[in-house]
Design a protein around this ligand. Sequence first.
Ligand SMILES: [Zn+2]
Length: 161
Amino acid sequence: MSVEMNKVIIFNYTLKDDTGTVLDSSENKEPLSFLSGSNTILPKLEKTLTGMIIGSKKNVKLSAEDAYGDYKEEAVQTVNKDQFPKEAQLTVGASYMANSPDGKQMPFVITEVKEQDITVDFNHPLAGKDLEFDVELIDVREATPEEMQHGHVHGPGGHHH
Ligand SMILES: [Zn+2]
């Protein structure tokens, strides 16, 4: 079943890992909004939301495969200190962006610092984790022509230009 395109979907969420620890939540913040069919949120989560009635709540369990993918050992790499700009803070937990050969921005986190060797991890922080979302569908509205053109939502919870 295909998801209806070009709707603005506004929802609250609480994200938990498989031990029930809350990782992120829109509680006490603005609800999240996205343009359907724009590949903004996890496909399974989008599919669930687009099948809900406004005002209803649902619990969605996603395997790592349906969430941020498996943890890949090959995404952990060791690079020479000299590869970093001089002013970079080379501490464990620091995150930076690298440019892939095709010009994409690839975020990574430093996981180990030795003399000349810096271990970096390109895995998504939630890779390899089964996740659970508690979602509440707040509203669904038609996207404006401008939003469709930009491919994202404007206004509360979206982009501000
Ligand atoms: Zn825009």
